[in-house]
Ligand binder design. Structure first.
Ligand code: GLN
Length: 197
C-alpha cells in the first residue's frame, strides 16, 4: 500500500511521519505524475486558499478529481477538509468532492486554537473506544452535510467536526499532531477495503 500526501503547503511532514511509523510507504505529491500508483491521499492542514491556488497552478485539480472518481480514498484535515468541500461560502478553488458546507475560521479569534476530547464511535471499531484528543487550529467546521454523508464527530454544542462520504473523509482537527494514530489507521483501513474491492 502506498499513500500520497499532498505536499504543496501546510503540515504534510507530520502526516508522512505518522504513516511511516505505521509502516506505510508514503509519497510526496506535488505534481500530477506523483499520483501514479498511489492508493489513497491525505490533504494536510495549512491554508486552504494557498493549497487551492498551488493545486491549480500545478495542474492537480482534475487529476485529484479523477482519483476520487476512481474510488480511491482521500482524507482532508482542516484546510484539506475545506479543499475537499462543495460549499465554502466564498469563491476559492476547491475540489468540490464532498457534499458538505464548511465555515472557515469558525471559532473566531479568541479561541481560534483549542483542544478537546471527542467521542468518535467509528474509531471504537478499531478496538479502542477511548475519546480522541482533537487539536483545532483556526479550524473550520461543517455547517451542513448532504444525504450521502455520515457525521463521525460533533463538539458538545452539536457542531460537526468529522464526516465521511464513502471513500472521502474530512476532519476539522489535526490527528497528525498527536500520538494517537487511530484516525490514520481508520483511513488506512478504508484504503485496504477499496484495494480489496
Ligand atoms: N484557517 C485555515 C484555512 O482556512 C485552516 C487552518 C488549518 O488548516 N489548521 O484554510
Amino acid at each position: 500500500m502506498r499513500i500520497g500526501v499532498l505536499g504543496l503547503q501546510g503540515d504534510y511532514l507530520e502526516h508522512h511521519q505518522v504513516l511511516r511509523r505505521l509502516g506505510v510507504e508514503t509519497v510526496d505529491v506535488r505534481l500530477p505524475q506523483h499520483l501514479e500508483g498511489v492508493d489513497g491521499l491525505i490533504i494536510p492542514g495549512g491554508e486552504s486558499t494557498t493549497i487551492g491556488a498551488l493545486a491549480e497552478r500545478y495542474g492537480l485539480m482534475d487529476p485529484l478529481r479523477r482519483m476520487a472518481e476512481a474510488g480511491k480514498p482521500i482524507w482532508g484535515t482542516c484546510a484539506g477538509m475545506i479543499f475537499l468541500a462543495k460549499d465554502v461560502g466564498r469563491p476559492q478553488p476547491t475540489l468540490g468532492l464532498m457534499d458538505i458546507r464548511v465555515r472557515r475560521n469558525a471559532f473566531g479569534r479568541q479561541i481560534d486554537s483549542f483542544e478537546v476530547d471527542l467521542e468518535i464511535p467509528a474509531l471504537a471499531r478499531l478496538g479502542d473506544p477511548r475519546p480522541f484528543h482533537a487539536v483545532f487550529i483556526r479550524a473550520p467546521l461543517i455547517e451542513a452535510v448532504g444525504p450521502g454523508v455520515e457525521v463521525l464527530a460533533r463538539l458538545e454544542d452539536g457542531s460537526i467536526v468529522a464526516a465521511q462520504q464513502g471513500h472521502l473523509l474530512a476532519t476539522a482537527f489535526h490527528p497528525e499532531l498527536t500520538e494517537d494514530t487511530r484516525f490514520h489507521r481508520y483511513f488506512l483501513e478504508l484504503v485496504r477495503q477499496v484495494a480489496r474491492g
